[in-house]
Design a binder for this molecule. Structure first.
Ligand SMILES: C[S@@+](CC[C@H](N)C(=O)[O-])C[C@H]1O[C@@H](n2cnc3c(N)ncnc32)[C@H](O)[C@@H]1O
Length: 393
């Protein structure tokens, strides 16, 4: 019934009401959105006193099948709202069977953007709604308060989730992917995987299937990640102990939608970027950490005379080293066919390491070769090379 009724709609809200006495629910509300041909559903059922949100399921094609458990309940009225019209479904339950009448009326719901803001809310973590997850992640206390020592980390995670979510949407609407294909994320130097496990959590809540591969050389953090993934039932999350390059290059993935590397120390960021290139990641979100490698190479006698004052004080030398490293990394990605930019992902008061290198894959064309020349010019001028350049040369 609903599958056919909504065959031309892309979004709907269905409110089931008017229960018979034997019905377990007083009301149920289903919000549906069709992406790449499949419906993602959010289902909430109500009793007199409580509301229950069903865990997100796989995207579905057949609404009647996916909602059979609600359609079988003795709720006599279903108001199905879409942007173009409302469908009023009335059902009477008789011993001979169920009689159904359907009426089409002009649309009554105008707030369709509300669904989009619901999605935004679902993408953010809040202590009110996600206390259990935040506790398991060590971000909150057992009673659901964000730990003061983790407040900045919590903020960073929510900021990055917004960035990651917009990239995920881009991947979901990509022609090569169907909504049912899993979203593959690699977290290089994952540590406790604050961002990537949060991403799995919010995406699964939204009905997306996620495969996460976390890599870190520290066995203790990997043990923690495995435990959280197991407790949360994230079947698609796997964690490996080892170096980013060693583990990463042994991965056999169908595709890589997103490579994340947050504050991977020094040249581990270059390892992560190199891995992103090897895996042909659609999107890379990389927040660099310390930049010792390039600073180590900087010598007054190797730069032009006019630039030497920049190397006089430790702080200017350090910041110049950071800028050179990240600019070279960005332009190498541009040379390799990525639309790459450096930006701040959160204000400085929450972390000194607030730079994000964001890169999205696009077709390689003649123009990309220009960026190789740009990196070569920087190397020539400053007498330094970032590790990513050395790996690719
Ligand atoms: C500063 S922590 C950041 C952790 C996490 N990404 C976050 O943002 O919370 C850096 C992590 O990178 C890991 N790491 C550093 N170099 C690595 C390498 N070459 N291969 C794998 N892991 C590495 C460290 O063990 C550490 O857990």
């Amino acid at each position: 019934m609903l599958t056919e009724l909504l065959s031309t709609a892309d979004v709907f809200v269905a409110t089931f009401s008017r229960p018979l006495k034997n019905c377990r629910w007083t009301k149920a509300v289903v919000k549906g959105e069709r992406i790449s041909g499949l419906w993602r559903l959010r289902i909430e059922c109500f009793t007199e006193r409580q509301a229950f949100t069903e865990p997100a399921s796989e995207p579905v094609a057949d609404l009647d099948r996916a909602l059979a458990h609600l359609l079988n309940e003795s709720l006599r009225q279903i108001l199905v709202q879409t942007p173009s019209q409302d469908h009023h479904i009335l059902r009477s339950f008789k011993s001979s069977g169920v009689q159904v009448t359907v009426k089409q009326l002009p649309p009554t719901r105008s707030a369709w953007e509300q669904l989009a803001s619901d999605r935004t809310k679902q993408r953010a973590l809040t202590p009110e709604h996600d206390a259990d997850f935040l506790y398991r992640m060590d971000l909150a206390t057992e009673d659901g308060r964000i730990k003061s020592s983790m407040a900045d980390k919590f903020r960073q995670v929510n900021h990055m989730l917004q960035r990651a979510a917009s990239s995920e949407q881009r991947a979901a609407s990509s022609e090569q992917r169907t909504a049912s294909s899993e979203f593959v994320v690699v977290d290089a130097g994952c540590g406790k995987a604050y961002l990537s496990l949060s991403l799995v959590y919010v995406m699964e809540r939204m009905g997306r299937k996620v495969r996460l591969i976390g890599i870190d050389s520290n066995p203790k953090v990997i043990e923690h990640c495995r435990q959280v993934a197991q407790e949360m039932g994230f079947a698609g999350a796997e964690f490996h102990v080892g170096g980013i390059s060693e583990v990463g290059k042994g991965l056999a993935l169908p595709h890589c939608d997103m490579l994340i590397a947050l504050h991977a120390c020094n040249t581990a960021t270059d390892d992560a970027l190199e891995l992103g290139l090897v895996l042909e990641a659609d999107v890379m979100l990389v927040a660099p950490c310390c930049h010792h490698e390039v600073q180590r190479q900087m010598r007054k006698e190797r730069v032009p005379e006019w630039a030497r004052p920049l190397l006089d004080d430790g702080i200017t030398k350090e910041r110049l080293g950071d800028l050179l490293t990240d600019t070279m990394r960005r332009d190498i990605l541009r040379w390799k066919g990525y639309d790459a930019h450096l930006e701040e992902f959160i204000s400085l008061e929450h972390t000194q390491k607030n730079v994000l290198l964001k890169a999205e894959k696009k077709p390689i064309d003649d123009a990309t070769a220009h960026w190789r020349a740009s990196v070569e010019a920087m190397i020539e001028a400053w007498g330094v090379q970032c590790a990513l350049w050395q790996r690719l040369s």
